[in-house]
Write a protein that binds this ligand. Structure first.
Ligand code: FAD
Length: 235
């Protein structure tokens, strides 16, 4: 698809009705919206969401679709802390059937070849990788190795049970990590096995994405082998 094909979905605005919202743990909430039949995306892409039910400052934010298209729902998860932005306050007001608008989905963070792929998630940056792993689980025609390194603070990992189940029933490797050293060790091992052939996908807050990208660069991984999504707005 050319660049125009890639951004064309951005011009299409649709309204999605809320099915349910739930707190995963701590400050993490998941919102499930109804998926229209003609809506599709590549697992890992994000939509641009706008609050409709009230007037607020800055009513628009990008969020990754954490569901695979084959799941037939639109799932997004986000951190909503103690002092939420107007946008996130408005998200928590959504009730079943209320609508939000979405442009897209768009973005380059999706798997488009059958090369060995390493997915590196920091915290909430797991959202695109849940979609990719669900997609790989439902369409097991992939032959190249697929591995997730998921680093998070504390004991809670978003979608942990689902991801562990995928690892059990497929050849996909899933690693839940707390320490930076373990993350870099996992990256080193993957590079040793697949260096010139590997693809690297990185998502999370800026400091984490930047440091992993720099690490890869210092290991002589070409820019063309790396795709990243920086979740702007988190520090
Ligand atoms: C491609 C993409 C995918 C994303 N997917 C997810 C997701 O799945 N889940 C999720 O929780 N979040 C995701 N985000 C981040 C999300 O869009 C929000 O920015 C984030 O949730 C913070 O929103 P907020 O309303 O809490 O804070 P905000 O009010 O948006 O901002 C918090 C702080 O960040 C600063 N800030 C905001 N925007 C910018 C900017 N453009 N440049 C520099 N500083 C800025 C603000 O000034 C403020 O200090 C994604 C972002 C991108 C770009």
């Amino acid at each position: 698809m050319g660049i125009l094909g890639d951004i064309a979905p951005l011009f299409k605005k649709r309204e999605l009705a809320l099915v349910e919202v739930y707190q995963e743990f701590d400050d993490i909430y998941t919102f499930i919206f109804k998926k229209e039949q003609n809506l599709s995306w590549k697992a890992g892409q994000h939509g641009v969401f706008t609050i409709l039910h009230k007037k607020i400052n800055k009513p628009t934010r990008p969020f990754t679709l954490a569901s695979a298209p084959s799941e037939n729902i639109v799932k997004i998860s986000m951190r909503i802390g103690e002092n939420p932005s107007e946008f996130k306050k408005a998200m928590l007001e959504l009730e079943q059937g209320m609508k939000i608008s979405m442009r897209g989905p768009i973005g380059p963070l999706y798997i488009n070849d059958d090369h060995p792929s390493l997915l590196v998630a920091g915290g909430i940056g797991i959202t695109p990788f849940r979609a990719m792993l669900k997609e790989a689980e439902h369409h097991p025609n992939r032959t190249a190795p697929l591995e997730l390194l998921y680093i998070s603070r504390g004991e809670n990992f978003l979608y942990k049970d689902e991801l562990a189940e995928i690892a059990k029933t497929t050849s996909i490797q899933v690693n839940f990590l707390n320490a930076r050293e373990d993350l870099y060790q996992g990256i080193d091992e993957f590079i040793t096995m697949h260096k010139h052939n590997g693809r690297f996908y990185v998502a999370g807050e800026k400091t984490m994405v930047d440091s992993v990208a720099t690490y890869l660069k210092n290991k002589n991984i070409a820019k063309s082998q790396i795709k990243k999504d920086v979740f702007i707005g988190y520090k």
